[in-house]
Design a binder for this molecule. Structure first.
Ligand SMILES: CC(C)(COP(=O)(O)OP(=O)(O)OC[C@H]1O[C@@H](n2cnc3c(N)ncnc32)[C@H](O)[C@@H]1OP(=O)(O)O)[C@@H](O)C(=O)NCCC(=O)NCCS
Length: 154
């Protein structure tokens, strides 16, 4: 499933020069987008993992994750509306899962809006399980978060 047919998509690092493209996708994807400062701080954070999916050199999607001890956390993921349903998010998630697995991580956690069926379905395909709800985690609009976890070695 993951990445099949994505021969023209290249996964690689993100740099501050990519931030305008990242912000454009972020604004098109979320009602409460991360700010430029938030992205900048993540790019400078040594614990952070940031990756872009590029098509013809253009940023088509990105993912941010973090690692503390044996836990990973997916913090942000979005694909440009023009490039959705082509397996790009799946390729980014697969890349980060593999990276964290190689680093000896045992769990990867994430939060997602409970109405975000596309994302919940995608994470489910990777084996993420719903383990709880964080009440009123999101604003604009107010909404609960579904907490999901992927456990390695099970
Ligand atoms: C969620 C998101 C990242 C998916 O990106 P994508 O590149 O389109 O995802 P993929 O093509 O890899 O899709 C993988 C699977 O996810 C599910 N999926 C993706 N979009 C879907 C949709 N609109 N409706 C239903 N299922 C969907 C499907 O199971 C899909 O597999 P399939 O195409 O074989 O049916 C993208 O829609 C997005 O950027 N949304 C806005 C930001 C967001 O919600 N980010 C996640 C926050 S946790």
């Amino acid at each position: 499933m993951v990445g099949e047919g994505l021969t023209d998509i290249v996964i690689g690092g993100l740099e501050t020069g990519d931030l305008p493209a990242v912000l454009e996708i972020e604004l098109a994807s979320f009602t409460t987008p991360w700010s430029e400062t938030s992205f900048f701080n993540e790019l400078k954070n040594p614990r952070a993992i940031s990756r872009a999916a590029r098509k013809d050199g253009r940023v088509a999607g990105y993912i941010f994750a973090s690692r503390i001890l044996d836990e990973g956390h997916i913090l942000d993921l979005a694909v440009h509306p023009d490039f959705r349903r082509q397996g790009i998010a799946s390729a980014l998630v697969a890349h980060v899962i593999e990276h964290l697995r190689e680093e000896g991580i045992r769990f990867i956690f994430l939060e997602v809006r409970e109405s975000n069926v596309p994302a919940i379905k995608m994470y489910g395909k990777f084996g993420f399980e719903e383990i709880g709800i964080r009440k009123n985690y999101y604003v604009s609009p107010d909404e609960d978060a579904v907490v999901m976890v992927l456990k390695f070695g099970e």
